[in-house]
Design a binder for this molecule. Structure first.
Ligand SMILES: Nc1nc2c(ncn2[C@@H]2O[C@H](COP(=O)(O)OP(=O)(O)O)[C@@H](O)[C@H]2O)c(=O)[nH]1
Ligand SMILES: [Mg+2]
Length: 465
């Protein structure tokens, strides 16, 4: 990232041709740079120095007329970044935008790095880290729901909840430190009971945040849904049917799909991140073997596994070792789709396979060919994600992996502290866990962060944001 003293400039609109382009400028020198390049049509209005106004005029790069532009003026500290910000609306061709940017650079601005405007907003206290991430999520949202969630985060509701939990942890820490400083209280059982109660309340708050973040991640990133099964059971056919396009190659030759295919689709209001995989079987083909290794890795990472079985095998009880292994190892994530039921003699639908009859395994009779079972599948996925109903998209929750991991680590530290407290451990030992919880939760909103974390977050942004 650039030095904070520097004034940054970037194209805020997508590169290409359109009605207008917007060039953004932010920093200490922004006013001077614009003054050097911009000749307003109505100088008397421009000179009034009123913020949040638009001014027509000519933008110049030295003697060259760069473009006729509309300049938006947003002075510090009420601007997006908290610095003086100017937005130059120019005509929407790349050479025109390029001229405006060049003019700004010649007058002293430097090109912004991805996310640098939002980083400055964070550094100037205009928003916390959850809100900053929400800006990027809003831009990248693939579904209405994801956009709704990002907007809810941007409004700061979830940040307030995180801060409330953080405050509770701080209070406990203060209570414990008092106990350490005044050892007569250390032995006071009343004080310990009180601390334990407060600890349990803080833990419950963290639990709620964590539970919410799971659904949040699904909304934001999609439910990682791996389609697995033996070669030729119809995995790629299912992917194509869900996408309603011929995305993956489907043949009756076993072992056609060797590499993973990733696609996104909305089913039952849920964003599915679909992963079609190489069929599971013992193979001597080195390429297919690599593919199969990837399948197992994908299964480990999956939120849900659609295990496709061939209805004819499922009736005869002849499951392959690989199918049994998936059922056994990923029982909690598996939805068994017994495919090609169209090939069964009519009226035959009980599954002879004991593993499939076990409670907890969801089995759906299916036929990609006849589009049978898709409704039931969507219903089951909804059930798993929301417990049946789609929750209001506007409800604020944590969502990114970063936020989810931090709240999980907070929770673990609080659980450890609770255990230690129950076991009557000395207060100074317990305080170590409470401190760890405090550090973790402070990372979420950015009340305490390391620079490399900021770097990691903001480099994922677009330039100009
Ligand atoms: N009869 C019938 N054939 C199917 C069904 N689903 C897939 N197939 C066929 O099964 C063969 C293998 O399908 P494919 O999707 O390539 O299987 P994959 O190896 O698991 O990806 C193809 O010839 C498909 O047309 C189904 O529901 N019924
Ligand atoms: Mg395939």
């Amino acid at each position: 990232m650039n030095d904070e003293d520097q004034t940054i400039v970037a194209l805020a609109t997508p590169a290409g041709e359109g009605a207008i382009h917007i060039v953004r400028l932010s920093g200490k020198e922004a006013a001077r740079i614009v003054a050097a390049c911009f000749s307003p049509l109505h100088p008397e209005r421009w000179e009034k120095k009123e913020g949040f106004t638009l001014h027509l005029g000519m933008f110049r790069d030295g003697d060259l007329e760069a473009d006729q532009v509309l300049v938006g003026k947003m002075p510090a500290p009420a601007s997006y970044t908290g610095e003086d910000v100017y937005e130059i609306n120019c005509h929407g061709g790349m050479p025109v935008a390029q001229r405006v940017i060049t003019a700004c650079r010649r007058a002293g601005a430097v090109l912004a790095e991805p996310g640098e405007f939002t980083l400055r907003a964070f550094l100037h206290g205009k928003m916390d880290l959850v809100q900053a991430e929400a800006v990027n999520d809003l831009i990248r949202a693939r579904t209405e729901m994801a956009a709704g969630l990002a907007l809810a985060q941007l409004n700061g509701g979830i940040s307030a909840e995180v801060r409330e939990t953080r405050q509770k942890i701080l209070d406990i820490l203060a209570g414990i430190e008092a106990g350490i400083d005044f050892p007569e209280e250390e032995t006071d059982p009343l004080a310990r009971t009180e601390l334990l109660q407060r600890l349990i309340i803080a833990k419950e708050h963290a639990q709620d945040l964590f539970a919410g973040s799971r659904a949040g991640r699904v909304i934001r990133e999609g439910l990682a849904t791996v389609i697995a099964g033996k070669p030729n059971v119809g995995k790629s056919s299912l992917l194509n049917a869900l996408l309603r396009e011929e995305r993956a190659i489907v043949t009756d030759i076993p072992g056609t799909t060797r590499d993973e295919i990733h696609e996104y689709v909305v089913a039952g209001g849920i964003l599915l991140h679909l992963i079609d995989t190489a069929g599971l079987r013992a193979s001597d083909d080195p390429v297919e073997k690599l593919g199969i290794e990837r399948t197992w890795k994908a299964l480990n990472m999956a939120d849900a596994v659609l295990l496709l079985l061939d209805a004819r095998d499922a009736r005869s009880g002849a499951l392959a070792a690989e199918e049994r292994a998936v059922l056994a190892e990923y029982a909690g994530k598996v939805i068994a789709l017994v495919n090609k039921t169209d090939l069964l003699p009519p009226g035959l639908e009980e599954w002879a396979v004991p593993e499939l009859a076990e409670p907890g395994v969801c089995v759906i009779p299916f036929s990609v060919k006849q589009r049978r079972g898709f409704e039931e599948l969507a219903q089951e996925l909804k059930e798993r994600v929301w417990g049946g109903e789609i929750s209001a998209s506007g409800e604020p929750r944590l969502a990114s992996l970063r936020q989810q991991s931090a709240v999980e680590r907070t929770l673990l530290a609080l659980e450890k502290a609770e255990e230690a407290m129950q076991a009557s451990a000395p207060l100074d030992l317990i305080s170590i866990d409470i401190r760890a919880a405090l550090e973790e939760i402070s990372q979420i909103t950015g009340d305490a962060v390391e620079d490399d974390l900021l770097e990691r977050i903001f480099t994922q942004f677009c330039i100009g944001k």
